[in-house]
Design a protein around this ligand. Sequence first.
Ligand SMILES: [Zn+2]
Length: 345
Amino acid sequence: MKIINGAILPRPEYETMQPGLDFCRRMGVAMNKRLLTVLLSLCAAGFASADEPLVLCKGFLPANDLKIEVGDVNALGVSSATFYAVLDRVEAVYKPIFAAKGAKLKLNKRWDDPAVDASAMKFDATWVVNMYGGLARHQAVTAEGLALVACHEIGHHIGGFPKKSGVWATTEGGADYFATLKCMRLVLTGKEDTSKLDPFAATACNAAFSGEADRKFCEGGALGGMSVATLFGVLRGKPQPSFSTPDTSAVAQTLEEHPAYQCRLDTYLQGSLCAKPVTEDVDKAPADGACTASQGFRVGLRPRCWYKAPAGQEGPRVASRPENAPSEKELEITIEAMRQALSGS
Ligand SMILES: [Zn+2]
C-alpha cells in the first residue's frame, strides 16, 4: 500500500512483507489523516508482527495524484532498460553496505506502477526502497535524476544526521544531502555526459575539485539535481528552481519534512561540492562524513534553508553565489538607498 493524499492503496511489495498489513489494505481506500494515523498505530501495535513499529516515509515528493502508465503519451522519461540498469547498480552498490549494517536492502523496482514518486520503509532488518515507473517515465527524469531519487531513499535509511524526531529515518533535507554527498558518487559511472550542466554548477564543481574524477562526480550529482529540479518545477506549475538563485532563508530549527524546491536543489549542489571522503560515513554528529563550518569548510555545507547548525557554527547565509554577485553588505546598502529614495529622505 502507499499513501497518496490520505488514501491507502494496495501495493504488492507491502502485502508480502507482513501478514498484519493485509488488515491495513482491507481497511479501504479513502480516509482522512486522522483515521490514517489511528490505522497506522493499530498496524504498529497490534497487527504488525515485527518488534519495531512500522514506519513509513512519505515519499520523495509531496503527495501528488500524477500517474504515468506504461505506453502513456506522456511517458517521455527513461526507458525500462535504463530504469533497471540504474536501479540494479544502486542495488549492487548498497546491498553489501546495508549487509555490513546488519540489514537487507530490498529495492523494489516497480516499472509498471504509474505513481510519480518513490518511498522508503523498514521492517525489522529488511530496509525497503520503492521506486515507481511513473516517476521514471516523467519527461523531466533522466538516468541521473532517477539515481538521485533512489539515493534520497537510500539516505533515509543510512543518511545519518540529522534524524527525524523519534523515528529511524534521516530527515528529508538530510536524505537529499546524503544523495549527492555519498550515494551519487558511488552509483554514477563517472562517464555521464555533463556537457549540458548548468554553468553555475559546473563552475562551482570546478572550483571545489582539482581532480578530474572528483569534478566529474560533482557534476554528475548536480546533473541529477537539475533533472529533479525540472520535475519540481513541472509539479508546481512554475519555473524550475535554478542553481544561481539559491534560497536565502534560514530556519530557526532543523526542518524534518520536505524543504522548499529551491532549497532542495541547493542541497543537491552543496552535497556535490563537499570534499569529505566518500568512505567517511555520515553518522551521529554534524561533522561526521559531512562538511561543516566548524571544520573550516565554506562550501558543501547543509544549507541553512532547512538545517539549523549548532550555535556559533552556522555557515554563510547563502551556500553558493555567483562570483560577480553583490555581497550581503552591498545588498543591504542598496536596499537602504532605495528605501531612502522611496521615502524621500
Ligand atoms: Zn524522502
